[in-house]
Write a protein that binds this ligand. Structure first.
Ligand SMILES: Nc1ncnc2c1ncn2[C@@H]1O[C@H](COP(=O)(O)OP(=O)(O)OP(=O)(O)O)[C@@H](O)[C@H]1O
Ligand SMILES: [Mg+2]
Length: 416
């Protein structure tokens, strides 16, 4: 590969530019700070002091080995729920250690787990220690046996436990919430367990059965969306992800403003900034400018959509492609489509993907799931006298973002 033509002798061979992240002419000093999973240190967390204190009060007794309260955290996406839960759990774990108490802390992402057995397996495996003498195989034992092993591990290795069930609304039923919250009362294990449930569906509480509500107690914490100024501060606090003088002055305010439009989503803000940096880096531009943010927007959206559907079966994606094709092909503003119409295009997509189609009923179920995740929206329509009702669906995302999830595939001719 040739040397770059801008005369910069330090440029080196770009094939190897990843090897030393902090080289001259670099954009990032510590890109890690802009990773979504990165848990920032306390002094980088903005405007959530009250939530942190309140959550610490609820789960606090666990650090002494006493029963903690269970809490449900609600709030829109990117409002800091997972961050606050992980931050408080980690501080509790350290405090317990200082007091010579053994506190188990664990988070499971329910969106990624495949059912109850898998969720219990994950919890048991994450907190297991070699001294327990218990093994937690990934498969081959019953759900009941996973619970038994979890109780054994807790009983021998810990004085208390804090379990965070993130994206709890994605669990197919309440059983696990029920069993964990009642384990002590039911005599399964003598270790107090606190459950932190997290949901970005405000109506999730209504969906829970009465028995679970009463087991979890009534502690709820609401996370309001961030305002523009808070978003700006969150980004300012991570400015050192970039080399000095790389960010031009308008970039952070503009990023904050764009994310504020999207219900104050901090994830979106951080991601936009990272993509703008990536853009400058790939194109060998020495500074990040406001104009790069426009280009970063789509990338950030693609990443978010991928994340949202990552736990769904592959055919959800095909259904989504079908709806994106229909939406893309429509000339008028009426972008609602009936299930049967979507199904026809879905068949085309399956053909292009060389895979068999699933039944219309299954596809209905997948469409419901997409609506639940707010990727699509559904409506019940009345077909008029004697015609019964039917459902219509609408894509809430830009079809181009959907296509870009998997470049080169999934675009079919809809004849519209
Ligand atoms: N108050 C804050 N201070 C600093 N960074 C924050 C703050 N709130 C959120 N962030 C950052 O924004 C990103 C999104 O936050 P988080 O994952 O906690 O959102 P969430 O409420 O759990 O969203 P979702 O419901 O989509 O899971 C994370 O990278 C997090 O570190
Ligand atoms: Mg979260």
């Amino acid at each position: 590969m040739e040397q770059s033509e801008d005369g910069d002798l330090d440029a080196g061979d770009e094939l190897f530019e990843e090897v030393d992240g902090d080289g001259k002419g670099e954009i990032f000093a510590n890109r890690e700070l802009l990773n979504i999973d990165h848990v920032p240190d306390e002094n980088r967390i903005v405007g959530r002091d009250e939530h942190i204190t309140e959550l610490a009060n609820e789960i606090g007794p666990a650090v002494t080995g006493s029963p903690p309260n269970s809490v449900i955290l609600y709030g829109k996406t990117g409002s800091g729920k997972s961050l606050v839960a992980n931050h408080v759990m980690e501080r509790a774990r350290r405090e317990a250690q200082r007091r010579d108490r053994r506190l188990a802390t664990v988070t499971v992402d329910c969106a990624q787990s495949r059912g109850e057995a898998d969720t219990v397996q994950t919890i048991a495996d994450k907190i297991n220690r070699p001294t327990s003498g218990v093994t937690v195989p990934t498969r081959g034992i019953s759900t009941n046996e996973y619970y038994n092993r979890l109780w054994q591990i807790l009983g021998t290795e810990y004085d208390a436990a804090l379990i965070t069930l993130d994206e709890v609304d994605r669990l197919s039923d309440d059983d696990i919430l029920m069993i964990l919250s009642r384990a002590r009362e039911a005599g399964k294990v003598d270790v107090p367990i606190g459950i932190i449930s997290i949901s970005n569906k405000v109506n999730f509480r209504e969906q829970m059965t009465e028995r679970v509500k009463s087991s979890l107690g009534h502690n709820e914490m609401i996370f309001d969306p961030y305002g523009g100024e808070q978003l700006r501060q969150i980004l300012e606090n991570r400015k050192d992800a970039f080399q000095e003088d790389v960010l031009t002055s308008g970039v952070i305010p503009k990023t904050a403003a764009l994310a504020a439009q999207r219900h104050g989503d901090a994830r979106k803000a951080i991601r936009l900034l990272r993509h703008a940096g990536d853009y400058a880096k790939t194109n060998n531009i020495g500074t990040v400018k406001e104009s790069h943010l426009e280009l970063a927007q789509e990338q950030a959206e693609v990443e978010r959509l991928k994340e949202l559907i990552s736990g769904l079966p592959p055919h959800s994606k095909y259904v989504l492609y079908a709806l994106a094709n229909l939406t893309d092909g429509t000339t008028n503003s009426d972008d609602w489509f009936r299930t049967t119409v979507i199904y026809d295009v879905y068949e085309e997509v399956c053909k292009a993907e060389a895979t068999d189609t699933l039944t219309t009923d299954t596809i209905r179920g997948l469409l419901n799931e997409l609506a639940f995740l707010e990727i699509t929206e559904s409506n019940q329509e009345h077909g008029g006298m004697g015609k019964g009702t039917y459902k219509e669906h609408r894509l809430l995302w830009d079809p181009n973002v959907v296509f870009k999830m998997n470049p080169g595939s999934a675009q079919v001719d809809t004849d519209r």
